[in-house]
Structures are given as structure tokens and as C-alpha cells.
Write a protein that binds this ligand. Structure first.
Ligand code: NAP
Ligand code: GDP
Length: 355
């Protein structure tokens, strides 16, 4: 059955956000680190929140367990164009945040094809679905771009800095960044590429270096001895590490402007992995060199990015020194789940929006 344009208009009107109903947002990767914080932020702002999750045979919704009764989940792959179109058609979101990704740089060297399919074709599916449903109000689209696209361009890196990609991950994200520009320039769509420097939290995946370090050093000395020394790769590389909840608020803000524009976000402080270990060691009264081994095999990348430091478009609140404290406090405290009560007590100002 084909729909007449009149029918389509009626449908569009039914689905259209009128200002009386709640604005609707769709987050891909809602059960990732950023997706989970963004979902909380949008709920706080009064949105009806929908999210895409992949089917898994185990319960992998740990980061959003506490808000499952407040959000609607759609199970599927963002690489599946039919599924993506269907979800966008039925949800008819005002805003789409594309956070789903194969987000680990080192892993992208082993699975470049998969990384491309998720990180680039996933976004293309979203852009095409929105473009082709032009009888619906055009959703505004946020794309999770990365400072990895700057690669080894001299620091500090800002919106004018030329890209210098060093990994399949960075290449896949750069292609997406270009797609965002293309759909904005060619079809007049509201699309934003947020180029975010590293941002971490107690919800960060355990194979990223900050979480790996804080999880290990958060353990008692006895437990560390039982586990053996922590194996790390290149500890000379420098990163601009911020705190994820600060960053998701700017993602939202970037979709509220009169016109869409790309931006860069970071703390503007860059320290090496080695210095990060030093800060952790100080907080834990431990000489980190006694506990760490440098493994020049497993954790070293075929090519690495030496120094990332933002010339940021916005200011963020939390610097790397507070970030270390937050991450270590989480590991050493006996708080349940994601430590919500503990956060509220200790970092109430940062998490005030979560009440
Ligand atoms: P994350 O924790 O790895 O979350 C990514 C999410 O995407 C996960 O929930 C994952 O699902 C989901 N996903 C992966 N492949 C998918 C697929 N084919 N279909 C549907 N969902 C899929 O990453 P994050 O740290 O929150 O980062 C969010 C986004 O920002 C990512 O795009 C990342 O590349 C980008 N970014 C992150 C940083 C940072 O420092 N955190 C910096 C710049 C850019 P599962 O939970 O099932 O694995
Ligand atoms: P990335 O900046 O997105 O790649 O974030 P990561 O946390 O994965 O890596 C940050 C830096 O830490 C990179 O330069 C890595 O080479 C370096 N690094 C050193 N040891 C490790 C390790 O054991 N695991 C990870 N993930 N990175 C490490």
C-alpha cells in the first residue's frame, strides 16, 4: 500500500512535536558511558528518551539499570539500515544523538572493517533515514566525533587544526565527520559534529587506560599483590582527560542553537599516562613504579597519537585531578551500582541535575 501525500501529512502532524507533548530524543549507544549520562541529562530536561541497544545473550544494561523504567529501548544494530529507518520513522525524534561505536582505538587495528561498518555506515543509515523522511519534521543530529581525528597534528588542537589520522578508528570517525558536513551543506539538515577529547568516569569501559589504572589502584595492597603487576603499554602519550557528565551537557546544548556548527571540547590540560599514574599514586599513597610493568607487546599500538590537548570551544568544569579523585573514590568506596548516592553526597554540584 502506498501512502498519499495527504496521509503522510496527517501522520507527520500526529507525530510532530507540538510543544505540548514532551520533546523526543533517540540515543544510539544509550548503554555506553556517554549514552547513560546523556539519557539521565535528557530525562532531567523533560525529554521522552528512546535508545538503541544491541541484542546480547547476557544482561549488558548495567549502566542504565537505574533508569530502565523511564526510557524506551529498541533492540537492534545501527548497521542495519532497515531497522534504523524503522526506529526513526516510529519514534519520530526531534533530536538524534549518534553515540554507538566500536569506540576502542587499539581494537580498530584488528577489526578495521567492523569499525568502519559501525562508526561510518551506522551514521550514514541515520542521515539517509532522516533525509528520506523529509515529510516528517527533520530531526537534529549529533555525531560523536573524536580528538583522535587530530592525531599527531601539533597541540593544542582546535576547530581550525588540520586532521592527521593515525588509526582505523580515527579514519572511520573522520569519514563520519565529513558526512555530517555533507548533509548539512547539501540538504540543509541540522547536523553537528562534536569533536570531543577523552572523557572518562567510573562508567568508562575497563580496557581504557584511565579506568584500567584506577580500577587496579583502587584495590587494597593485598589484592594488588594477588593480581600481580599492572601491564601497560605506551605511558609517554599525553591526553586531555575530562569528566563525561560535563561533556554530555554540551552535546545537548549544541543541538539547541539557531544554526548548527561543529565544535571542539576538552579541558585544555594535557598530561601523560605516566603523570596520570603519578597523580593516582599520590592519592593512594603508593609508589606506582612498584606495581606497574611496561609491556612492549600486547598494549602497544601499530601507531599511536603522542599528544592531544584541546583548544576548546566551551569551558568544562572538572579537570583531570578531580577526575582521578572521582574515579578512585568510586573504586575504593563500598557504594552500590554506579555509586549514585555517593556521587550526590560528594560531588553534588556536578550531579545536581540528576536529582
Ligand atoms: P562506549 O562506552 O564504548 O559506548 C558505545 C556504545 O555503542 C555501547 O553501548 C555499544 O553497545 C554501542 N554499540 C556499539 N556497536 C553498536 C552497534 N553496531 N549497534 C548498536 N549499538 C552499538 O563509548 P563512549 O565512551 O560512551 O563514547 C560514546 C561515543 O563518543 C562513541 O561514538 C565514541 O567513539 C565517541 N567518543 C568518545 C570519547 C571518550 O573519550 N569517551 C571521545 C571522543 C569520542 P554495547 O554496550 O552493547 O557494547
Ligand atoms: P584513546 O586515547 O581513546 O586511545 O584512549 P585509551 O585509554 O585507550 O589510550 C590512551 C593512551 O594510553 C594511548 O596512547 C595508549 O597507547 C596508552 N596506553 C598505555 N597503556 C595502555 C593500556 O594498557 N591500555 C590502553 N587502552 N591504553 C594504554
Amino acid at each position: 500500500m502506498t501512502m498519499s501525500s495527504e496521509h503522510l501529512q496527517i501522520l507527520a502532524n500526529k507525530l510532530r512535536y507540538t510543544g505540548k507533548s514532551k520533546p523526543r530524543a533517540l540515543i544510539t549507544g544509550i548503554n555506553g558511558q556517554d549514552g547513560s549520562y546523556l539519557a539521565e541529562w535528557l530525562l532531567h530536561k523533560g525529554y521522552e528518551v528512546h535508545g538503541i541497544v544491541r541484542r546480547a545473550s547476557t544482561n549488558n544494561l548495567e549502566r542504565i539499570r537505574h533508569i530502565l523504567d523511564k526510557i524506551t529501548l529498541h533492540e537492534g544494530e545501527i548497521t542495519d539500515s532497515i531497522f534504523v529507518s524503522y526506529v526513526i520513522y516510529t519514534v519520530s525524534p526531534l533530536e538524534i544523538y549518534n553515540l554507538a561505536a566500536q569506540s576502542h582505538v587499539h581494537t580498530s587495528f584488528s577489526v578495521p572493517d567492523y569499525t568502519f561498518r559501525v562508526n561510518t555506515l551506522g551514521l550514514l543509515n541515520i542521515l539517509e533515514a532522516v533525509r528520506q523522511m523529509d515529510y516528517l519534521p527533520n530531526a537534529r543530529i549529533y555525531q560523536a566525533s573524536t580528538s583522535e581525528m587530530f592525531g599527531n597534528a601539533p597541540a593544542p588542537q582546535g576547530i581550525e587544526t588540520p586532521f592527521d589520522v593515525q588509526s582505523p578508528y580515527a579514519i572511520s570517525k573522520l569519514a563520519s565527520h565529513e558526512l555530517i558536513k555533507h548533509y548539512r551543506n547539501t540538504y540543509d539538515m541540522y547536523t553537528v559534529s562534536g569533536i570531543l577529547f577523552n572523557h572518562e568516569s567510573p562508567r568508562r569501559g575497563e580496557n581504557f587506560v584511565t579506568r584500567k589504572i584506577t580500577k587496579y589502584f583502587g584495590k587494597s595492597i593485598n589484592d594488588r599483590l594477588k593480581l600481580g603487576r599492572l601491564k601497560l603499554g605506551n605511558i609517554q602519550s599525553e591526553r586531555d582527560w575530562g569528566f563525561a557528565p560535563d561533556y554530555v551537557q554540551i552535546m545537548w546544548k549544541s543541538l539547541q542553537d539557531n544554526e548548527s556548527k561543529d565544535f571542539v571540547l576538552g579541558t585544555e590540560i594535557s598530561i601523560s599516562v605516566k603523570d596520570f599514574l603519578g597523580v593516582v599514586g599520590k592519592y593512594m599513597w603508593s609508589d606506582w613504579t612498584t606495581y606497574v610493568d611496561i609491556d612492549d607487546g600486547e598494549f602497544v599500538r601499530p601507531s599511536d597519537v603522542h599528544k592531544l590537548q584541546a583548544k576548546s570551544s566551551y569551558t568544562v568544569k572538572t579537570d583531570v585531578y578531580d577526575l582521578v579523585k572521582i574515579m578512585l573514590d568510586y573504586e575504593t568506596d563500598t557504594c552500590d551500582g554506579d555509586g549514585y548516592d555517593y556521587y550526590m553526597e560528594n560531588y553534588g554540584d556536578i550531579f545536581a541535575w540528576r536529582t
